[in-house]
Design a protein around this ligand. Structure first.
Ligand code: HSE
Length: 324
C-alpha cells in the first residue's frame, strides 16, 4: 500500500561527467549538494536559494515543477499544486551537474511524495532522457562512480564504489559555459584512431578504479574525443591537462562540458598545496579567476532526508550541512 505524505526533502549530490576518457559514460558523485523540499499545497509557490538563481522561473515552467509533473503523470496521479524550495551549493553551468542534480532531486522528491511507486530504474530512464547523458544523472541518483551508456531508448549502468583514497580538487572558473555551446564545437565524426584511444583508456581507467590501481590513473585519464576541441573555450585547460600530473595530480580532466577542471589526488599526498597553486597560477596567467574546492567522491546518491521536520523551513532543516 502506498503511503502519501504532504512534504518531503531530498539531498542530491553534484557530479562530474566525462571522467577522463569516459565521454558521456563515466560519472562520479561529489560531496557538494543541493536540497529540494516539495510539498502538496493549494497554489504553486517556488522558492530558489543559492547563487545565480536570478532569472530561473518560479512558476509552473520551472524545471523542478515540470519534472515532478512527469513523475505524477507516469504514476497516474494528479498533484497540480506544489510548494517547492531549493537550496543549492552546486554552481550553475560550470560542469558540475547542477541541472542533473535538479532533475534527479525533482524525480526523487516527487516520487517520495506519492509513496515511491516508480522504481530507481524508472527514475534513471526518465532522468537520462531528460538530460540526454546518463553519466551525470546516474551519479546524482546512485552516488559513487557510475559507468553507463544510453542508446537513445534505454540507459544501462554499473555503479562502482569509489576508492576511499581519492580526493578531488576542482577549479571552478568564474564564467559560465553552456553544455550546448561546448557540444557544438565537437566534430560530428571522429577518426578510428581517436575511438580506439578512448575505448582503450576508458576501459583501463574503469579497471584501474575497480582494482585500486591508482598508479595507472595518470596514463588512463587521457581523452581524445572532446577535451582537445573544448580547450579553446577554457583558457589554461591545455596546460593543466598536460602538466598537472607533474604537480601531484593522479589525473586531470575537464569536468563534464566545463569550464570546471577536476584533478584526482591521493588522500595522503603531500603535494596538494603545490597542485592548487599550479592550477590557480595557470588560470591567473590567462586572466581567469577561479574558485578552488577540495571535494571527495560522494558514495551516496540522492537521499530522502529522514531527520527532516516538516514544521521547519528548508534552511532550518539543512543548517550545518550547507557550505555557505
Ligand atoms: N557529457 C556532456 C558533454 C555533458 O560533455 O557534452 C554532461 O552531461
Amino acid at each position: 500500500m502506498e503511503t502519501r505524505t504532504n512534504k518531503v526533502c531530498v539531498k542530491v549530490p553534484a557530479s562530474t561527467a566525462n571522467l577522463g576518457p569516459g565521454f558521456d559514460t563515466l560519472g562520479m558523485a561529489l560531496n557538494l549538494y543541493a536540497w529540494i523540499e516539495m510539498g502538496v499545497t493549494d497554489t504553486t509557490k517556488i522558492h530558489l536559494f543559492g547563487e545565480q538563481m536570478d532569472g530561473i522561473p518560479t512558476d509552473k515552467s520551472n524545471l523542478i515543477y515540470e519534472v515532478a509533473q512527469m513523475v505524477f503523470d507516469k504514476a497516474g496521479v494528479a498533484v497540480p499544486e506544489l510548494e517547492i524550495s531549493m537550496y543549492s551549493d552546486i554552481p550553475l553551468t560550470r560542469g558540475l551537474g547542477s541541472s542533473a542534480a535538479a532533475i534527479v532531486g525533482a524525480l526523487a522528491a516527487a516520487n517520495a511524495l506519492i509513496g515511491s511507486p516508480l522504481s530507481d530504474d524508472s527514475l534513471f530512464q526518465m532522468a537520462t532522457s531528460l538530460e540526454q547523458h546518463p553519466d551525470n544523472v546516474g551519479a546524482s541518483l546512485f552516488g559513487g562512480l557510475v559507468v553507463a551508456f544510453w542508446d537513445g531508448n534505454r540507459a544501462e549502468y554499473v555503479r562502482v564504489e569509489p576508492d576511499d583514497r581519492l580526493e578531488v580538487l576542482v577549479a571552478i572558473p568564474h564564467f559560465q559555459l553552456s553544455t550546448e555551446k561546448a557540444r557544438n564545437v565537437l566534430p560530428r565524426e571522429q577518426s578510428l584512431e581517436n575511438a580506439v584511444f578512448n575505448v582503450g583508456h576508458s576501459s583501463v581507467l574503469v579497471a584501474a578504479l575497480c582494482t585500486g590501481r591508482l598508479d595507472m590513473l595518470p596514463r588512463a585519464m587521457k581523452d581524445a574525443l572532446h577535451q582537445p576541441y573544448r580547450a579553446p573555450l577554457v583558457p589554461g585547460l591545455s596546460t593543466i591537462l598536460d602538466e598537472a600530473t607533474e604537480h601531484g595530480a593522479l589525473g586531470v580532466a575537464l569536468s563534464g562540458a566545463g569550464p570546471t577542471m577536476l584533478a584526482l589526488v591521493e588522500r595522503g599526498s603531500g603535494r596538494k598545496a603545490e597542485l592548487e597553486r599550479f592550477l590557480r597560477e595557470t588560470l591567473r596567467r590567462e586572466q581567469i579567476e577561479a574558485t578552488m574546492l577540495w571535494l571527495k567522491p560522494s558514495s551516496s546518491g540522492v537521499e530522502l532526508m529522514t531527520h527532516f521536520d516538516p514544521q521547519c523551513t528548508l534552511f532550518e532543516n539543512i543548517k550545518g550541512e550547507v557550505r555557505a
